[in-house]
Design a protein around this ligand. Sequence first.
Ligand SMILES: [Zn+2]
Length: 427
Amino acid sequence: MSSLHFIRFYFVINFCLSLSVAAQEPTLILENARVIIGNGTVLEKGTVVVSGDRILSVTKEPIISSSANRIDASGKTIMPGLIDAHVHLAIPMVEDIDSFNVFISDSLPHVLKEFLRHGITTVRSTGDSWPYIGEVRDQINQGKLEGPRIITSGPVLTYNGGHPATTVCKDNPLCRKLVTRELSSPEEAKSVVKQLAEERVDFIKFVSDSLIYPVSLPNDIEEAVIQQAHKERIHAEAHIAEVSFVERAINNGLDGLVHPPKMPISADTAREIGTLLARHHVPYTTTITGYIFFSSPSKEAFKTEGVRKREEAISRFRQMNDMGAKMLVGTDWFYPLTKVSPNLGPGAMTYTEIEHLVGGGFSEVEVIKAATISSAEALGLVEKIGSLETGKQADILIVDGNPLENIEALKETVYVIKDGKVVFSQL
Ligand SMILES: [Zn+2]
């Protein structure tokens, strides 16, 4: 090595070293609080150290740093940001593209902020206008727009005329065009999945439901969708109503269910489905709030019929989980619900879902797990989010009180941090 080369080499090495040291400097220290790490460990008094957008360490010890910002979280709980595994952020409720563009530029940013304010730092969008939702996802990732991390399927794949083409998008050609891809053959299914993968959807979602609309997805098309998704190295997730179709899709290689099977089902069926889901590592998403809300539209009806339906559905979830099935928290939130009730607002509905699960008999720990680490695993993001472990993205929620004892504490959001940046502060 010539001396010039050596000097260059020396400077490059030194420069790299100083970069890596700089990258390891704490930038934000959250201290004096209970820490739910999210891997099963809880520190009664701990410190979470953030460096840039990552978690540097979680420790019982106080940390000395002159340069880092500090949040004294005494009496509070620090936990991983929540994940809502089933939302729809951008389904056109208007019929012309100009008005829809106004929705995207003027209304959607408020929706995204509401999710953050409620501590939801990641959402899985299971059917939204494409490519619009992909652009929103990218803008958030590039720091140009504030919002939760979005993992999106883009449009929903369905049989010709199937849900949501002729249900949610009924009488709205713009919705039908942007939110659905209607399939009529396995060849078409393959080329649509291939193209969506090229356009960078994060996963594929398809619908197989002959309860909402009397034509379900034929088996050869379903097979083609799942096979092509796997060829593109992305998940195939599904909305499947009938239990028999769940079994068929699992045999075709399905990766996940964005709902439970259509309730009510018997205890025996729940155990059967639970066994299948467990054996094939196929998680399901709860979406129970909509089910009980729409089947008991008045407050009075909820106290009787709604609570009964909730208990019954949750006992079926329990039976599925007892067989080893993995449960994710998801709401099926979409914009029109904002006008129905404050409990169904963006982010607020995620709390409502969590409250229903705890109210129906799940423990706080089980539900928090379902809304954090389980979802991160199911979304293929467990290396990145879902718990407060060294090297993961600093997506952190600080709440007043202890949600492990009283789930209501989740409503007392004090700070929300995403990618190491405070995106909501009540103080
Ligand atoms: Zn949905």
